[in-house]
Design a protein around this ligand. Structure first.
Ligand code: NIG
Ligand code: FE
Length: 410
């Protein structure tokens, strides 16, 4: 068997040196310098500082260069798959009906509890590799298919191992309040108490929690339960985010904004009140066209109102086995344009700058600037608009993650 821990270190090389003959998103020729894994300089091809003139050269041969992509909302670690529910929906069942009948999230909980940590690591590794090969340099990974201390810990530990094994930035999110585990049927309050008083503090102590999330929805947790989880997170100093207004307007976004949430995600049914609260708090709107598409949703998120309010919009895969078994962030950018009418620059910002901000990573990821870890992608494309235009393409030439050439080459 392949030792997945060895994959990246065995094949990567240092990106240090002068990268020439590149083209920026703005269409202008540019060059950049990587020193000790950090971006040391970026600017016009004709203005390379003398001190770098004799550095090792990487000839970009005219490639478009962008910041490394950021996938800011995923449920990447889980056991099994749910193709059976796909078939059930094709036969007419709704996502809510399947969930109420004991399928949905709870069926992935059963498979995740049965899987060992190594099994979860190996299956998630293969999925992660798909995203990385397309240029992802930072990714959020949620728990939420364990729903007990032991099994949520197992998921989050796998997320941390993936970061090391693949030399990629991983932000972990504790989503203990994703669904009610079967053993707590009819005892929602008792489960939320467990999440707040035992699971969250223990996992936080173990360094496994970068953020806390809740699924606030009629088939999941109420606004009051969401607030209880946010209060517990706040007491521990952990930032929050929310699965908000996906199937109905629960008022979750306004609540999350009051807690200074990093992001509110899905938001198909977001109200103007929610938008105003998010704008005031600087909360990012995370759009998830893969789930919208899979559920054949017709209720569009309020893009025009978000734009008018100046709320930053991110775009993510929401990779999960139920509503978005998607492993291409570029396809999501395409769908955000075609389904949600984002402009191409909005879609590109959505998978870079704004996605980084949704993870609190705006100082280190999502933009090319001196002093940051070198995370960038060279594309076999002439025009940045092509990133959102093609779908099913594999346009990556080379990915530099954390100062190492991890995919392809020049
Ligand atoms: O983001 N909305 C809730 N959570 C996931 C779906 C999880 C599942 O169905 O397994 C989502 O769409
Ligand atoms: Fe999700």
């Amino acid at each position: 068997p392949i030792d997945m821990n060895m994959l990246s270190s065995a094949t990567s090389s240092s990106a240090d040196g002068l990268w020439t003959d590149l083209q920026g998103i703005d269409g202008q020729p540019c060059a950049l310098v990587v020193e000790k894994g950090l971006l040391a300089w970026i600017g016009s091809t004709h203005a390379v500082p003398e001190q770098y003139a004799s550095s090792k050269r990487h000839d970009g041969r005219g490639a478009l260069v962008t910041p490394g992509l950021v996938d800011c909302h995923t449920h990447l670690v889980y056991g099994g798959q749910r193709a059976n529910e796909f078939a059930m929906r094709l036969a007419g069942a709704s996502y809510e009906e399947i969930a109420r009948a004991g399928g949905g999230i709870v069926s992935s909980v059963r498979a995740t509890r049965e899987a060992s940590e190594d099994e979860l690591f190996n299956s998630a590794s293969a999925r992660l590799q798909q995203l990385l090969s397309e240029g992802v340099c930072a990714i959020e990974i949620k728990s939420g298919y364990g729903l007990s201390l032991e099994h949520e810990r197992k998921q989050l530990r796998v997320a941390r191992r993936l970061a090391t094994a693949h030399n990629v930035t991983v932000r972990t999110t504790f989503l203990g309040a994703h669904a009610l585990p079967p053993e707590y049927a009819g005892r929602s309050q008792a489960y939320i108490d467990l999440v707040c008083n035992e699971m969250m503090p223990a996992l936080h102590d173990e360094g496994l929690v970068d953020a806390v999330d809740v699924f606030c929805e009629s088939i999941a947790f109420s606004l009051a339960e969401t607030e209880q989880v946010f209060l517990a997170a706040q007491a521990l100093g952990i930032p929050v985010k929310l699965h908000a207004e996906q199937l109905s307007d629960m008022g979750g976004a306004a609540l999350a904004a009051r807690f200074g949430a990093l992001s509110c995600d899905h938001i198909e049914h977001l109200s103007q009140d929610g938008i105003d609260a998010m704008a005031a708090a600087g909360t990012v709107a995370v759009l998830l066209p893969g789930a919208y598409y899979t559920l054949r949703d017709t209720h569009l998120p309020p893009i025009e109102a978000l734009r008018a309010a100046g709320v930053p919009m991110a775009v993510s895969t929401d990779h999960n086995p139920g509503t978005s078994p998607a492993l291409s962030l570029l396809l999501m950018a395409n769908m955000a344009c075609t389904l949600f009418r984002l402009t191409v620059p909005e879609a590109i910002a959505g998978i870079t700058t704004h996605a980084a901000r949704a993870l609190g990573l705006q100082q280190t990821h999502g933009e090319l600037a001196p002093g940051r870890p070198a995370n960038f992608v060279l594309w076999n494309l002439k025009d940045a608009a092509e990133m959102a235009y093609w779908f099913g393409q594999k346009p990556v030439r080379c990915v530099v993650r954390h100062g190492r050439i991890e995919e392809g080459g020049v």
